[in-house]
Design a protein around this ligand. Structure first.
Ligand code: NAD
Length: 376
């Protein structure tokens, strides 16, 4: 049986990425896949229909794609209407939005989540969260530099010496480390902080200073290398010790997150007030409630002369490379899941077990079952 895969145009507001790019057709060809792409699906990411057609894809209407493809590859999982008996591999944020799993189960469709691919060495080439976080970290610094009324690098000119900008990055996971590296490349003096102690060395190896904060002995290491949510007292200690240091910064970039939880509030309105007018905060946790009390998701607000950016979906603002990277991650996962022209969803394999959310009319992932209060 021939493997048929399809790509629909993304319908989420302002989503410019596309799940497949012409470059990854090498993998699809090796799998013997027949590929259906909705006309215009790649246009906003810079990939015209002709580029897909040249790789042998059928460029067709949405109905034709749905009708012919047994596996849809999407950036964001569409609603499962009309997908009975079909599978979708996509970002779907099931830890924050478990309802999508229930909807796929009820529709008799299979859902595989890019976010849930385990972060084990064998799955590194499928780790789309890391690809997208790297882009977000880079772009956060570019946005900060464009909003700051000062220069990032030190400049010694005949008109005098300009000191370098001071940048603090709070939360040094994948996005934060990329932000640190980018801010350093632009010539600023960078400091970083993360609650996970292993990160100190990573921050320092990028030439940034680690900010020492005493969290009163709170345990911050969770499972799988992620952070654990801190209690309110530890967060209060963090804010208190961060306040003076933050007041001396030109730019603060926050990326702090705990999987499946609302983002911790690390910057109070009072801490913003203590910053110099013209300073900039870029809150990469805006979509999860924000690390700064004053952040508004998708908006730029100016409070006490401080500009606070709460960008949503930064990877979509770099749609060409974001699509190229996530497409490579998606087809690598597809390759892992396909056997003899069809999906093999045996959960004996850790990658399948962790990324499979709904199948055979049921929500199958224990964490999502628990969130929905079913089968537990
Ligand atoms: P994330 O997006 O979940 O969180 C971002 C950062 O916020 C994390 O570093 C976290 O420690 C930090 N954080 C949480 N609460 C905080 C607080 N109160 N103050 C300051 N910082 C806070 O994390 P991520 O970028 O997705 O990566 C997290 C982990 O996953 C890291 O250990 C990383 O090394 C690991 N990882 C492993 C692999 C792999 O093995 N293949 C791939 C990617 C990432």
């Amino acid at each position: 049986m021939a493997l048929t895969v399809g790509v629909l145009k993304e319908t989420f507001p302002d989503e410019r990425r596309v799940a497949l790019t012409p470059k990854v057709f090498d993998v699809l060809q090796k799998l013997g896949a027949d590929v259906w792409v909705e006309a215009g699906a790649g246009v906003q990411a810079g990939f015209p229909d002709a580029d897909y057609a040249a790789k042998g894809a059928h460029v067709a209407s949405a109905d034709e794609v749905r009708g012919n493809a047994s596996i849809l590859l999407q950036v964001r999982a569409p609603q499962p209407d009309g997908l009975k008996g079909r599978a979708c591999i996509a970002f779907c944020d099931p830890l924050s939005n478990p309802d999508i799993a229930a909807k796929y189960a009820a529709a008799g469709a299979t859902l595989i989540s890019m976010e849930m691919v385990p972060r084990i060495s064998r799955a590194q080439s499928m780790d789309a969260l890391s690809s997208m976080a790297s882009i977000a970290g880079y772009k956060a610094v570019i946005l900060a530099a464009a909003s700051l009324p000062r220069l990032f690098p030190m400049m010694t000119t005949a008109a005098g010496t300009i000191p370098p900008a001071r940048v603090l990055v709070i939360g040094a996971g994948v996005a934060g480390l990329q932000a640190i590296a980018t801010a350093r490349r632009l010539g600023s003096v960078v400091s970083g902080f993360d609650v996970r102690s292993a990160v100190r060395e990573q921050i320092e190896s990028l030439g940034a200073k680690f900010v020492d904060i005493n969290l009163g002995g709170a345990k911050a290491e969770g499972e799988g290398g992620y952070a654990k949510a801190l209690d309110e007292e530890a967060l209060r200690l963090q804010r208190q010790q961060m306040a003076t240091f933050m007041a001396e910064q030109d730019v603060v970039i926050t990326t702090a997150a705990v999987p499946g939880k609302k983002a911790p509030v690390l910057i109070s309105a009072e801490m913003v007030r203590a910053m110099a007018p013209g300073s900039v905060i870029v809150d990469l946790a805006a979509e999860r409630g924000g690390n700064c009390e004053l952040t508004k998701c998708g908006e730029t607000v100016v409070e006490h002369g401080v500009t606070i950016l709460g960008p949503a979906n930064l990877p979509s603002t770099v749609p060409s490379h974001a699509s190229q990277m996530s497409a490579r991650n998606i087809v690598t996962l597809l390759k892992q899941l396909v056997q003899a022209g069809a999906l093999n969803l045996a959960t004996s394999d850790e990658i399948t077990r962790e990324s499979l959310i709904a199948a055979n009319g049921e929500v199958v992932h224990p964490k999502i079952q628990a969130l929905l209060g079913v089968n537990v």
